[in-house]
Design a protein around this ligand. Structure first.
Ligand code: RUB
Length: 310
């Protein structure tokens, strides 16, 4: 049994009330801090079991965003001590450290990514990525004027969130239907997207539609930049494990009241091969996708310990 606070966060992630890889990771880490604070375990073993069960519950909410298990692993890896108060304090500190690292990483990444744009450039975006927006924010703060084509991103229309944020940043913003991307690529200087996971071979898992956009852009010689802090690197892919692609409710695509009695396929993400990606921007610099494996080994090791309960 997990606490109400953890169950509530898990539900908000599963229902996409909380969404986006970095935001999911932060919410899950915060929930572990609440669990640590509120656990009434009276032995170190019971406390560890409480926090581990909470992490397991949070991890199963959305299968694709690797930032979620990475964040949980980082926090659980910081749990240490001989007594319940020591263990409690260590988890709370690990969450605070994680939050600070996440903020700093996004800021550093934004500074690196912002340099990829020149004054007057037009950027095309897909979905809503806080890592990608950090790059635009830094470019604008350094005095560059940008405009944007924002794909609306069916079926959940996360493009609306991106459009609103870009408008706030003073970027001249035009929202387009997803199928119009190819049409507007000749007027586009950069495709800029985020990532839910980056594989050891440099392929990027992101919102469904990213792969088609990147293939189109590549055909038209429009550079494709992926903004992904190292929390998005998927260490298990070093050992050849696949990344599960989340299949979401058919009701997101077709209203049951429409009376159209056909099957619906609704994968939330797709895989963009490395050959369609020019650069992955991280807080540690920008990389050709194929060269990220070194960074992945450096940050997570060849055989990342799995501290979850299974
Ligand atoms: C969100 C999505 C975003 C990545 C990166 O999908 O695909 O591009 O999560 O986001 P969903 P960030 O809306 O299904 O969660 O850069 O904020 O981590």
């Amino acid at each position: 049994m997990v606490s109400d606070a953890v169950a509530d966060t898990a539900e908000r992630i599963a229902s996409m009330d909380v969404r986006g890889a970095a935001t999911i990771a932060r919410a899950a880490a915060d929930a572990l801090a609440v669990e640590a604070r509120e656990s009434d375990a009276d032995t170190p073993g019971a406390f560890r079991a409480d926090v581990t069960a909470a992490a397991d519950r949070l991890r199963e909410t959305r299968p694709t965003a690797v930032s979620l298990p990475n964040a949980l692993r980082l926090v659980l890896g910081g749990m240490r001590g001989e007594s319940v108060p020591e263990l409690r304090e260590s988890v709370i500190t690990a969450v605070e450290d994680f939050r600070a690292e996440l903020d700093a990483a996004q800021d550093d990444l934004g500074r690196v990514g912002g340099r990829r744009f020149a004054d007057g450039d037009t950027v095309m975006t897909h979905c809503h990525s806080t890592d990608a927006l950090a790059c635009v924010e830094h470019a604008v703060e350094s005095g560059k004027s940008l405009s944007a084509y924002v794909k609306e991103t069916r079926p959940r229309k996360q493009g609306h969130i991106t459009a609103e944020r870009l408008r706030e940043l003073g970027v001249e913003t035009t929202i387009i239907v997803d199928s119009a991307a190819h049409h507007f690529l000749p007027e586009t200087d950069h495709v800029l997207v985020g990532a839910d996971a980056v594989r050891a071979d440099g392929a990027v898992v992101n919102k469904i539609g990213t792969a088609g956009l990147a293939a189109s852009a590549s055909e038209r010689d429009v550079p494709v930049t992926v903004a992904a802090q190292t929390l998005k690197l998927a260490p298990r892919t070093l050992a050849g494990h696949p990344i599960e692609i989340e299949e979401r409710d058919p009701g997101e695509v077709l209203d049951p009241d429409d009376g159209l009695d056909v099957a619906v396929a609704n994968p939330a993400f797709d895989v963009t091969p490395a050959r369609y990606i020019d650069a992955v921007v991280t807080e540690r610099g920008q990389y050709a996708p194929e060269s990220l494996v070194t960074l992945m080994r450096d940050r997570y090791g060849d055989r990342p310990d799995d501290v979850f309960s299974e």
